[in-house]
Design a binder for this molecule. Structure first.
Ligand code: SAH
Ligand code: SF4
Ligand code: F3S
Length: 471
């Protein structure tokens, strides 16, 4: 159970690997295979990498056996995430021994964290490429093809890949991720992201709007605007002098089409403004769902975490959301067993969960990451069994909160964006409500992916609503 929880994060994709569908296996002479781990931003980056590689004449393949290049886009957020990557690398190394021409590249946060050290630790890796260095992949591949080891882990202050049109990998053709910023300037003491992703920078607003408009014109019905801290988005258009904040960006994206759903992730509780909440209220197509990670319910621990808000401040933010957006879904990230956490601190976390009535949470036990503020300043002093026990209590409570939240939806009707067949039974289809809840329902005749349907909820489990389409 704990393993599963540690695997599942942002949009349920944390730690879940995917490989692209073949774009056109006969069209390209050479092929690449890419697997992604970590947050949605890593998945979005893999689509940038795919675009850069495709321009170099490499086609995407789902079949490792025919690949000339294998890439693994990695995550460093917890030790477990890194272990998963190392395990996977052993599989690639076996392939490489059998096919010496095959090149293996490590991309993303682990590449950035370990830099050239990676090559010493993992001898059969040919390329190590950090998240801001993907434009240099063609040169690095050439270098690796001559038998040299190729490394570029330079971080940038301004790279946003704004001009690169992502090649959509494994897409359902209905929803897509759009990166609006990179890096993070918050120094949460437990977090490795500022070190692996560098300084925060916002992407050119026009290029974001162009990408969303193209997706809409291609039939997509949902875009999720991505950043570690989307509410601090800030862009000044030098030509028009116009300042674009997150609230104004959200409004511009919402105006592309009233049947284009807009989502975003992640909101840092210190930065989400009333202005954003009012824009959400104004546009029906901006989904009523906010991922608002609390991390801990104890003001003392929050201070050690350097989250820059208190328990009371967070609760007031939840009140404000409920006031302006009464039907809004709220989810959270929670860390159990941070340095010095007492039983009282842990109970504060449980009570803030009750207060916030989260529909869903991503829950983890604290994993010390080398180089972070917490690793340098505090002792990782909570024994693993205690961390796991507290995490289990958090998981159990969230189970009850999710069930209670779902029970409240019985008998209600939601507008659902149909995404496709449900995994369990292909006669059933699944989609999401505006509040991001998964709803499963028997497929009516003629329903297509990307259609909106009204579904009345008739039953539920802890994780899913079940319903039927209303005429
Ligand atoms: N930018 C987002 C979070 C990105 S990381 C935010 O500010 O909320 C996703 C989640 O991983 C974090 O919210 C946190 O709950 C968890 N996490 C990050 N570092 C961790 C660590 N060292 N140990 C355990 N969980 C961690
Ligand atoms: Fe990490 Fe904090 Fe930045 Fe989120 S806001 S990525 S938790 S440093
Ligand atoms: Fe992991 Fe890097 Fe994302 S550390 S969570 S892939 S920003």
């Amino acid at each position: 159970m704990l393993d599963l929880i540690n695997k599942v994060h942002d949009e349920n994709r944390q730690g879940e690997a995917f490989a692209p569908f073949p774009v056109d296996e006969n069209h390209y002479k050479k092929h690449f295979y890419i697997e992604s781990y970590g947050c949605s931003m890593n998945f979005a980056d893999s689509e940038i990498v795919a675009s850069i590689l495709q321009d170099q004449g490499f086609g995407a393949t789902r079949n490792m056996e025919i690949a000339d290049l294998i890439f693994i886009n990695t995550c460093s957020i917890r030790e477990k995430a890194e272990q998963t990557v190392r395990k996977r690398l052993t599989d690639f190394k076996k392939l490489k021994r059998a096919r010496p021409g095959l090149l293996v590249g490590v991309l993303g946060c682990m590449a950035e964290r370990l830099k050239a050290k990676f090559l010493e630790e993992e001898k059969l890796v040919d390329m190590v490429v950090g998240p801001d260095a993907y434009r240099t992949l063609p040169g690095l591949i050439e270098e690796a093809e001559t038998g040299q080891k190729a490394v570029n882990v330079l971080l940038s202050r301004d790279e946003t890949y704004a001009d690169i049109a992502p090649v959509r990998l494994d897409s359902n053709g209905v929803s897509a991720f759009v990166s609006i910023m990179r890096g993070c300037n918050n120094m949460c003491s437990f977090c490795v992201v500022p070190f692996t992703r560098g300084r925060e920078r916002s992407r050119d607003a026009e290029s974001i709007l162009a990408e969303c408009t193209n997706l809409y014109n291609d039939g997509y019905k949902e875009v999720t605007l991505l950043g570690q801290n989307v509410d601090s988005y800030y862009y000044v258009n030098e030509r028009s002098d116009e300042t674009v904040t997150f609230a104004s960006l959200l409004e511009k994206v919402a105006q592309i089409g009233s049947d284009l759903r807009v989502r975003f992730s992640t909101s840092h509780p210190k930065d989400i403004t009333d202005e954003v909440l009012h824009i959400m209220a104004k546009y029906e197509n901006i989904c009523k769902y906010i991922h608002l990670p609390v991390q801990s319910g104890s003001s003392r621990v929050l201070q050690l975490m350097n989250r820059t808000y208190t328990r009371e401040w967070y609760m007031a933010k939840v009140d404000r959301i409920r006031e302006i957006l009464p039907d809004c879904g709220i989810s959270s990230d929670i860390i159990a067993g941070f340095c010095t956490e007492t039983v009282e601190d842990h109970e504060d976390t449980l009570s803030i969960m009750e207060y916030s009535r989260y529909d869903l949470s991503y829950m983890f036990f604290y994993s010390e990451r080398p180089g972070t503020l917490a690793a340098r300043r505090y002792q990782d002093d909570i024994p693993l069994e205690v961390k796991k026990r507290r995490l289990q209590e958090i998981v159990d409570l969230q189970g009850r909160l999710s069930r209670e939240s779902n029970l409240l939806d019985l008998g209600k009707t939601f507008t659902v964006l149909a995404e496709g067949p449900s995994k369990k039974n292909p006669a059933d289809w699944m989609g999401r409500s505006s509040q991001n809840k998964v709803i499963v329902f028997p497929k009516p005749e003629g329903l297509k992916k990307g259609d909106y349907v009204k579904v009345k909820v008739t039953d539920c489990t802890q994780a899913t609503l079940l319903g039927r389409v209303e005429e």
